[in-house]
Design a protein around this ligand. Structure first.
Ligand SMILES: Cc1cc2nc3c(=O)[nH]c(=O)nc-3n(C[C@H](O)[C@H](O)[C@H](O)COP(=O)(O)O)c2cc1C
Length: 181
C-alpha cells in the first residue's frame, strides 16, 4: 500500500469484550493486515457524556474523541440493535461528531442482534453517517443470534459472515485510498 490510512473503530457498548468490541477487533485486524493504522475508542475507559449534559461541552474525553476522529480517514461503527435501532452509546458517539471531523471520510457499518437479522440498525447508522457527510460503503455486516455467533476462540462460526467481514475490511481500505487521491 503506497499511502498509510487510519481506521478508527467506534463501539456501541461500553465493553470492548462485548460482541461489538469483538466484531471491531476482527475487522480492524483485517484492515491492519492490509496496511492500515488502526485505533479504537474505549467507552469503558473514557465514557462520553450525553450531548448537552452539564459540563459536557468542555469534557476532556469528548475533546480526545473528536481529535481521534479528526486524525482518522475512515470509521467502523459497530452497534448492538436495541429496540430496533442503534444503542444510545452509538447515537451519542455520533452526536459528538460533526462534518468538520468526518466530512468526505469512509464509514463501514456492523450490527449485532439477539434475534433474527435485520437492517434497521445498519440503515439508521447509515442515515446518521450521511448527516455528518460520510461516505458509507455498501458492504455491511449484521450478525443475528449473537449469543451463538462465536466459537470459544472468538472466531465467527458462520462462514458467510466471515466472508462479509473480509469484504467490509477490504472495501474500507480500498475506498479510503481511492477517496484520498
Ligand atoms: C435494551 C436492549 C434492547 C434490545 N433490543 C433488541 C432488538 O430490538 N432486537 C434484537 O435482535 N436484539 C435486541 N437486544 C439484544 C442485543 O442486540 C444483544 O444483546 C447485543 O447485540 C449483544 O451485543 P453486545 O455483546 O455487544 O452487547 C436488545 C438488548 C438490550 C439490552
Amino acid at each position: 500500500m503506497s499511502q498509510s490510512i487510519r481506521v478508527m473503530g467506534i463501539c456501541g457498548t461500553y465493553d470492548l469484550k462485548s460482541a461489538n468490541g469483538r466484531m471491531l477487533e476482527l475487522i480492524l485486524n483485517e484492515c491492519a493486515e492490509q496496511g492500515a493504522e488502526i485505533s479504537i475508542w474505549d467507552h469503558g475507559d473514557k465514557p462520553l457524556p450525553l450531548v448537552g449534559a452539564k459540563g459536557s461541552w468542555d469534557d476532556v474525553n469528548v475533546k480526545e474523541f473528536q481529535e481521534m476522529a479528526t486524525s482518522a480517514d475512515a470509521y467502523i461503527l459497530s452497534s448492538p440493535e436495541y429496540h430496533g435501532t442503534m444503542s444510545g452509546v452509538m447515537k451519542n458517539s455520533l452526536d459528538w461528531l460533526y462534518s468538520k471531523h468526518t466530512s468526505g471520510k469512509v464509514f463501514g457499518l456492523v450490527c449485532t442482534l439477539g434475534g433474527q437479522s435485520s437492517n434497521n440498525t445498519l440503515n439508521h447508522m447509515r442515515i446518521a453517517a450521511r448527516w455528518i457527510h460520510g461516505w458509507v460503503i455498501p458492504e455491511q455486516v449484521a450478525v443475528p443470534n449473537i449469543k451463538e455467533a462465536f466459537e470459544e476462540d472468538g472466531s465467527l462460526k458462520n462462514a458467510a459472515i466471515r466472508e462479509r467481514v473480509s469484504s467490509l475490511a477490504t472495501s474500507i481500505v480500498t475506498n479510503t485510498i481511492k477517496l484520498r487521491r
